[in-house]
Structure formats: C-alpha cells, structure tokens
Design a protein around this ligand. Structure first.
Ligand SMILES: [Ca+2]
Ligand SMILES: [Ca+2]
Ligand SMILES: [Ca+2]
Length: 244
C-alpha cells in the first residue's frame, strides 16, 4: 500500500529518485532500462506514514525526506503527528523530528518567501475541523515554527497542498476549499489569494493536487484528481492558469 509519493535526489548523484511511503515503509524507486524498480525499502514507522515531501533543506546537495507520521494520542481518541526528517546515506537516518498535537492533512516544502531557503507548510486539524497552516523554517535540518495562519473560512480541512515556482517565489496550491483549488502567495506572514478554480460540483472530493510550470507561457498548470463518494471511478483534471 502506498499513501503518497515525492521526487528528490536523496543520494546527491544528480539524478532524482522517486520516494514512496506506505503504512510503515519508505521505498526508493529508480528508473532504469524503461522500468521503475524498487532500489531500497525500509520499515521505520511506529504509527502510520501518511504524507511525504522532499527537498534539500540544508543545502548539502542531498534531498531530505520529510514524512508526516500519524499516531494515536494516549487518550486513544485524538491523533498526534510526528514530522520526521530523514536523510539517506545508504540507509535512512532520522535527522530531526517535530511533534505536533494535531492531525496533518498535508505537508509541502517550498521557498514561499523567496529568500532562497526552504520552508515547510503543514495543514493541521482534527477529525472535522482544520485549515490552520503552520509555516516552519529549518535550522540545518531541524524544523522550527515561524508562524501559523488560518487559510480557510470556517476552519474547513485542507488535505492537499502543492508548491510551484512563479516569479522567484513558490506559490502554494491548496485544495479543496469549498469546491475550489486556490493559489496563495505569501506576503509578510499572510497568504494572499492570487487565483481560484472551481472544481465541477459533481466531481466529489479532491484526492490529489500537483502544480507544474507551463512551458513557453507565464503561468501554472493545476493537475488534480477527484472522486465522488461511493463511485468506482475518478477524474483527473488539468487546468492552465495564466495572467496573475
Ligand atoms: Ca539520486
Ligand atoms: Ca540535504
Ligand atoms: Ca524561504
């Protein structure tokens, strides 16, 4: 079972690997001779690995792998999340950990303020309510809290985040918020709405979100997946946005 995937050069050889996480495992996949191969895997979780992103947060040329691991609180009712930072040097080593007293909808790495350093955006909430976006900086590989902002009206949960570079900063894609995918740009400590896309109202819930660049045009492409509850099919959407 795989819960999330990311892409990063974890060994610093100049070629990207695919990182996949399952319930307890991290996999590294290589592409060679027209095939994807599992090069390595390891079981490391104490709880459940839910979300992954990767980037070189300390600038040493190797991408760190950052995973949100969900576990039950001692009371057995609410959830806690460990944000675990791994480095790969033949094996995965845990380099740092950040304990959060919340469930994490998604996490996303990017340079949202354009200062050349990577930040981490983490949506935090509970069963129903959420929408609190914590922004963390890194001291070396150790995440530290910078600020947090509510990014939805009425504390709606956000289960999909994605970042993409536009005009020397990373724009944050969030979804869905009341049937919309929204694009936000950090200004100071506020996330300002720069664009929004209505998902077709019949399409159901957002199950994945990825922002990519448009080639030859100034803008972004939103790739996302939706599925209606109880239906055995889903839709993948590709939406170009220009002019912001
Ligand atoms: Ca590599
Ligand atoms: Ca690194
Ligand atoms: Ca930054």
């Amino acid at each position: 079972m795989v819960n999330d995937v990311s892409v990063g050069d974890v060994d610093g050889d100049g070629r990207a690997e695919i990182i996949a996480i399952g319930d307890f495992r991290i996999y590294i996949l290589d592409y060679a001779a027209s095939r994807l191969n599992v090069r390595y895997w390891v079981a490391l979780a104490e709880g459940h690995f839910r979300k992954v992103d990767s980037a070189d947060v300390d600038g040493d040329g190797r991408a760190e792998v950052i995973i949100a691991e969900r576990s039950a609180q001692a009371d057995g009712e609410s959830t806690a999340t460990a944000i675990r930072v791994f480095g790969f040097a033949g094996d995965f080593q845990q380099l740092a950990v950040l304990a959060l007293n919340a469930d994490v909808g998604d996490l996303c790495l990017g340079d949202f303020d354009g200062d050349g350093q990577i930040e981490m955006a983490v949506e935090q909430g509970g069963e129903e309510m959420g929408g609190l976006l914590g922004v963390y900086g890194f001291a070396g590989v150790q995440p530290y809290a910078r600020f947090a902002r509510e990014i939805t009206d009425q504390r709606q949960r956000i289960l999909n985040l994605s970042a993409q570079r536009l005009d020397a900063v990373d724009v944050l894609g969030v979804g869905d918020v009341r049937g919309q995918v929204r694009l936000l740009r950090l200004q100071g400590t506020d996330f300002n709405l720069i664009d929004q896309v209505e998902l077709p109202h019949t399409s159901g819930f957002l199950h994945g979100l990825h922002l990519t660049r448009l080639f030859g045009r100034q803008g972004l492409q939103i790739i996302c997946a939706t599925a209606a509850p109880g239906m055995d099919f889903g839709n993948v959407w590709m939406i170009d946005r220009i002019g912001f």
